[in-house]
Design a protein around this ligand. Structure first.
Ligand code: SF4
Length: 523
């Protein structure tokens, strides 16, 4: 029986393989199978470094452009020479190209560039797949001030020879960029002295640490940090002295202990922050930045003449016309520009709103604003809105102009029904009006700015002047400097302007449909 059962079992139909169409498949679906991922394996890969990036990649154009520049200011200090022992130096052409490409890519940190060398094809193409150390990059960025300035001028010379700079019309504008310092790092003299004391105590405590508890590397890093901190605190005391010399109250004067040369400035987008004022002169023909300067001044009015000087130093000629906003318009600037033969275009002050806030503080209604008083030149007097006369009273002389004062009789104003709106606080005298005896240059400027032609030129200002500012902040992401101190900050501003000009050159060349190979000198 057992044998018959075995035969019967053997005769049972074999189970069929399930298929997606099978009803049983739907009832009990099989587990899906995927390609395995093996992360334990070791693999070799062939890399054609030159093909890591496309033929028209900006890194190639930057490399070729930098290759056209005379880098002797950098190479003359290199100690490793042919035929002598020693480790070869990093090529300045490589380091310059890396920084320019990095800034144009919105990268401003040496550590970030070092990381990108390991994984980003553009940086790998530039370095030939080597990783460049962050310290080398960081030191190089601020090491050759004269060489960098010369580089900026050389870039301008190349753009000028391509006809991209005309000096016909130059726009000047300033932008505030945050310093590498926190707002709460500002201290008075007492605070700085306390910080110096605390730093000294810290040094003494570290000196007593047993040597076996610290590594050589940690000692070196700690010594460097102490040295830099000490230098910054000494520099903070010096900056404080400068502020006091400029008339700042000794008790109230404060400087940052992180970046002593930074100043608290008002930003256009609102708020105050430790910052530097970056001045740019842009040639209107193609938008090339032809001069850059960084100052500690919170306003722009004193930067116009130095801006024109920098343009002349960089290009050997003055601009024919300079256009700037109201922050640059002053009697001195108008006279200075005319004496230099530079046509200055700027907005006229709005007389109707001039001193509006002051009028409100004095309780004067806008119907009795200075502009509502009529000057009668034949009689040399003013007529007020109530028809009363304000004859000439006195004059006071300033450095570059004379103020003529006209005043109404005290009794006339005291009896006037409009006194409460016109001069509510005048108890001992009648209402007065000041008239400035203007220089002919200022009168010429005002007349010029009434013309439609000058107004049209001024309307073009914002687009040309503000484009580099926007690029630097939005594309290159330089909303805060990554270095400290006026000299280094000035160098970082130069780096981004060189980058801006080279990227502009690449864009203009591509825009004119010129063969790319020709543009980068391979045609
Ligand atoms: S207060 Fe004097 S100046 Fe003013 S409206 Fe009256 S009269 Fe004229």
């Amino acid at each position: 029986m057992a044998g018959e059962q075995a035969v019967l079992l053997d005769l049972e139909p074999k189970q069929k393989e399930q298929t997606p169409g099978d009803a049983r498949y739907a009832a009990k679906p099989a587990k899906p199978r995927f390609e395995p991922i093996d992360r334990e394996q070791l693999s070799w890969r062939m890399v054609n470094v030159d093909r890591l990036i496309a033929e028209d990649h900006p890194a190639r154009a930057i490399w070729e452009f930098v290759g056209k520049l005379d880098l002797s200011a950098y190479t003359s200090t290199v100690r490793a020479v042919e035929g002598m022992a020693g480790r070869p130096s990093l090529n300045p052409r490589l380091l310059i190209s890396m920084w320019i490409y990095a800034y144009s890519d919105g990268v401003g940190s040496a550590r970030a560039i070092e990381r990108l060398c390991a994984c980003d094809p553009a940086y790998q193409w530039l370095t030939g797949t080597e990783v460049v150390n962050a310290h080398s990059l960081s030191d190089f960025r601020v090491a050759h001030e004269a060489g960098l300035k010369e580089l900026f001028v050389q870039v301008l010379a190349l753009l000028s020879s391509d006809g991209l700079i005309t000096l016909e019309r130059v726009m000047q504008d300033g932008t505030k960029i945050r310093a590498f310092a926190a707002s709460d790092s500002f201290r008075t003299e007492k605070g700085i002295q306390a910080a110096i004391q605390a730093a000294q105590e810290h040094v003494d405590a570290v000196d007593q640490t047993p040597e076996e508890e610290t590594t050589r590397r940690a000692i070196k890093a700690s010594e460097r940090a102490k040295r830099e901190r000490g230098q910054r605190l000494q520099s903070a005391l010096e900056e404080l002295g400068k502020l006091q010399e400029d008339g700042k109250d000794k008790q109230k004067a404060r400087v940052s202990t992180t970046d002593p040369e930074a100043r608290v400035m008002k930003h256009a987008e609102g708020g105050f922050a430790p910052s530097y004022n970056v001045q740019l002169n842009t040639d209107a023909a193609n938008g090339v930045v032809i001069a850059v300067d960084v100052t500690q001044a919170g306003n722009d009015v004193q930067q116009l003449t130095s801006g024109v000087d920098h343009v002349e130093q960089n290009l050997g000629n003055k601009p024919r016309q300079v256009v700037a906003d109201g922050g640059y318009v002053s009697r001195n600037n108008i006279i200075e520009m005319q004496s230099r033969g530079v046509d200055f275009i700027g907005p006229q002050s709005d007389d109707a709103n001039k001193g509006k806030h002051l009028y409100q503080c004095r309780g004067i209604s806008l119907e009795y604003h200075n502009s509502k008083f009529v000057y009668e030149s034949d009689e040399n007097r003013y007529v007020c809105p109530q028809g009363q006369f304000l004859p000439y009273d006195s004059k006071s002389e300033r450095k570059s102009f004379v103020i003529l004062r006209y005043r109404a009789e005290k009794g006339v104003c005291q009896a006037c029904p409009a006194k409460g709106q016109c001069c509510p606080k005048n108890q001992k005298a009648g209402r007065s009006i000041n008239r400035i005896s203007e220089f002919p240059e200022v009168l010429d400027f005002r007349e010029k700015m009434q013309t439609e032609e000058a107004r049209e030129v001024y309307r073009q200002r914002s687009q040309v002047a503000e484009t580099p500012n926007l690029w630097i902040k939005a594309k290159f992401k330089l909303r805060q400097f990554r270095v400290r101190g006026l000299r280094k900050v000035g160098m970082e501003a130069l780096w981004v302007c060189i980058t801006y000009n080279i990227r502009l050159w690449i864009r203009l060349r591509q825009g004119t449909k010129m063969a790319f190979a020709e543009a980068i000198g391979q045609g």
